[in-house]
Design a protein around this ligand. Sequence first.
Ligand code: NAG
Ligand code: NAG
Ligand code: NAG
Ligand code: NAG
Ligand code: NAG
Ligand code: NAG
Ligand code: NAG
Ligand code: NAG
Length: 902
Amino acid sequence: MNFPPFNPWKGCLLTPWPFFFLFFFFCVFSSFATRVVQAQTQKGFISVDCGFAGGSEYRDDETGVTYIGDSQFIDTGENHIIPVNSSSRPYRTLRSFPNGTRNCFTLSPVKSGDKYLIRAGFLYGNYDGRGFPPIFDLHIGVNFWTNVKMESDSPGASEIITVAPADLIRVCLVNTGKGTPFISTLELRPLLDFMYPLANASQSLANHLRWNYGMANKLRYPDDPYDRVWDGVAENFFTLNTSIEVVATEGDAFQVPSPVLRSAISESRTNFHLDSWQDIGTLGDKIYIVMHFAELQKLNPANESRRLNIYVVDGTVLLFTDYRPPYLRVDHKEIVDTRRSASGLYNISIYATSSSTLSYIINALESFVVRQMNESQTDVRDVSAIDDIRRVLRLVRNWEADPCSPREYIWEGVNCTYYEDSRSMRITSLNLSSSGLDGQIPTSIGNLTALTTLDLSNNNLTGPVPDILGELLSLRFINLSGNEAIGVIPQNLCEKVSKGTLSLSMSGKLKQCKNSDTNNKKVVIPVTITTSIVVTILLVVSFWIIRRKRKSHSSRGVLNKKNYTRSAETDDNGRRREIVQYTYAEIRQITKNFQHQIGKGGFGIVYLGHLRDGTMVAVKVLSSSSSQGSKEFEAEVLLLARVHHKNLVCLLGYCDDAQHLSLVYEYMDNRTLRDHLSGEIHNASLLNWSQRVNIALQAAQGLDYLHNGCRPPIIHRDIKSSNILLNCGLVAKIADFGLSRAFNNDSATHITTGLVGTPGYLDPRYYQDYRLNEKSDVYSFGIVLLEIITGQPPYQKSIEKTHIVKWVHSKVDRGDIMSIIDPRLQGDFNINMTWKIVEIAMSCTSTTLEERITMSNVVTQLKECVEVNESHNVLGGVNSSMQSMNDTLYSISSTPLALLAR
Ligand SMILES: *[C@@H]1O[C@H](CO)[C@@H](O)[C@H](O)[C@H]1NC(C)=O
Ligand SMILES: *[C@@H]1O[C@H](CO)[C@@H](O)[C@H](O)[C@H]1NC(C)=O
Ligand SMILES: *[C@@H]1O[C@H](CO)[C@@H](O)[C@H](O)[C@H]1NC(C)=O
Ligand SMILES: *[C@@H]1O[C@H](CO)[C@@H](O)[C@H](O)[C@H]1NC(C)=O
Ligand SMILES: *[C@@H]1O[C@H](CO)[C@@H](O)[C@H](O)[C@H]1NC(C)=O
Ligand SMILES: *[C@@H]1O[C@H](CO)[C@@H](O)[C@H](O)[C@H]1NC(C)=O
Ligand SMILES: *[C@@H]1O[C@H](CO)[C@@H](O)[C@H](O)[C@H]1NC(C)=O
Ligand SMILES: *[C@@H]1O[C@H](CO)[C@@H](O)[C@H](O)[C@H]1NC(C)=O
């Protein structure tokens, strides 16, 4: 290898990993302490003295930087003090990591997306008496940063410029089998966004060298407010300096501090060029070199010039030609290249051209290896869930940093898959078998929504299996065997097992499905948990055969005995409800031979009934002319059985004896909303404004549940005021979603034939494509809202059969809202709220589907109305309506204008 006559990088060549923090320089910096405090602050700095167990922070006299101990940044590892006493204070202690492959510091607070400089310092000092320093890897988050090799007794450091991927930055020490990793200091400094533009979210810059030419000393904070460490290079060079400040412009990407720029190296005219050899990166690495220039000499334009050619790769590639550094202004030349050979050094040469009267100059140089930040992190929700699982189960595992990344350091017991849509790793398998766990199964497992395999076998887990596991769509295997005290299995899991979509292994006695019914009717669910899918399938088949058989038997005993087939369902509050299957004989008994008719709908007559315990029920006997076959009917019942909400009429049972299809519903004793609005009920007082708004909200909630709370969503298809039933407390419940069809595969076309809906309520778009979807229900609901406001049916009797939407539009367009409001309210309403509700109704009934809002939107907006109503209710009367006109909550000027614009 040929060395140039003056080789400033001699040390670099001889050191396998070039750390140049020569602390003996510090004596020269005796003036530091006095210079520190002034202008600069350490805002955003995190300066950690690793292994320092003292409680309080301290100020390092040599740098003026305030250090704190590391206990708040890491839990693992052990503290050591190095025996030699020659180094600066932060290097006198260290934290080492004899256990675990990967140990991480979590640096925070930082701001996601901001740029930071992070520096890890090491001084071995033979603290462990082994006599040779370890070799290990550093990772920044889930990505490789550098391989750390150091000298035995001089401090070294690695530095990286990186963008925070989250509100914390992890620095991990990775044991590569060459000694116990340790660290002495860890420092984080915020940079400005525009600095080092090559560093971004997908790549970081691992610093290799940072030279300050022309000055013998090391320079860092506070001379450099970003606390970069600039190593001095002056020996054996001709140095130039100036006392004039050379200040980087405001947007300059490198913000090289003036003291660094004010000095430079050069040569006499006889020595024309500078060669720089760098042992940077490894073969194939992207390397990045920035040279900082500022002419420090006032040149006489008549007879003086400094013109430079800059070459790379042993003088073969001329990168910059005839370059003239500007006088007392900073300028940069950047090189982005690839390390081309495994051996040898990367070379840069600066030549003065033949026409130049002066030799080369250079003020500072930085070099970096570009590190791709391309390992995907684990989805934050998964990380939060698994952290919680670990906490709840008091797991003792070396689970450090990211669960899934990098692949070779994936957590023990965890398996992951990359998800393109979230651009992150998701935890797909969790194996905690034989881990000595006790207590309950943590519900946070339910937050691992990509989980397919869960193995908790051979522990001492107790209690119920959380319901939420049944909601994990990808979950295919659960192994709970070897946990003797695991309790009931939730119904939704039982169902999956019986459908064969889930394999559940359990040992011990046969488990029952979850049954927490309040009236303690024990329901035997013939779902058997087995250790293999085969057995499961066999059982499902035999269960099915038995069920078929039972159905063919006509006599099924007396009411309320426990020998019917039932299926249990849990509602959204975890309560369970049952669907009872009745025989036709029982239906006759309940309705006292169909004595008391209480209603008639499109699908049959509704009779009053009494169960044996006296509960009143409504029995809907489906007319034989209704198009449903027995099979469809059963499907419908299964569907209805899944639906339970406080604003939906509850299905209690059914009868599907051939020819006699009936549904048994809870009885609603206060008739329908239509009855109330039409004033048809004798003696009933008129619904007042707040009752109306509450009914609207409740009905909206029921419908929203059908759309958004059910999987698959259920479209009602016949929302109207006569399908909104009221109980004695005027709580509204939606009835008759018997027409509903689930959006499942067999009705994938959504094309509806036959009788649908009710004229006046039916979405006009239906006539375009004969399709009904959630938005059609929204339309019908909008009509109901208008009925509630106006008290009028959809086609008005008095006003020559105009449709209510048209009529309301014509009034609202003229800004006349008073005349649409039910006159029977006698002014007792809130005008702002009325505008708001009219607006909701208008968005519901818009003919363009895009403008039509969703039911959840309707619910949110109506809720606001109810809240406003409640806060104004106290005042009451017309006065309050006027008062609330000044309300800022709903801008009266914007609402009607928005309506007019339609
Ligand atoms: C490392 O593991 C050993 C044995 O497992 C344990 O005794 C020791 O306390 C652990 N050390 C640290 C620092 O965690
Ligand atoms: C190291 O130096 C400090 C003060 O600089 C002193 O207090 C301490 O006793 C010294 N320790 C050893 C082991 O010499
Ligand atoms: C980071 O910079 C590189 C090259 O400068 C570019 O290819 C990459 O797309 C950038 N990444 C982001 C996230 O901006
Ligand atoms: C500039 O350098 C010369 C010798 O190289 C030295 O004597 C002088 O003090 C330096 N001036 C400043 C301002 O550093
Ligand atoms: C350039 O010319 C000036 C006078 O014009 C003289 O003082 C100076 O020494 C010259 N410099 C060189 C390098 O010849
Ligand atoms: C689980 O998910 C819910 C809803 O997304 C969230 O509120 C909760 O904080 C999560 N729990 C954990 C431990 O991540
Ligand atoms: C993780 O997945 C890989 C590939 O799918 C498989 O080879 C490996 O056995 C799995 N590990 C665990 C612990 O399940
Ligand atoms: C369960 O706990 C009992 C005592 O509490 C213990 O003897 C047994 O070994 C534990 N079983 C497992 C699998 O950890």
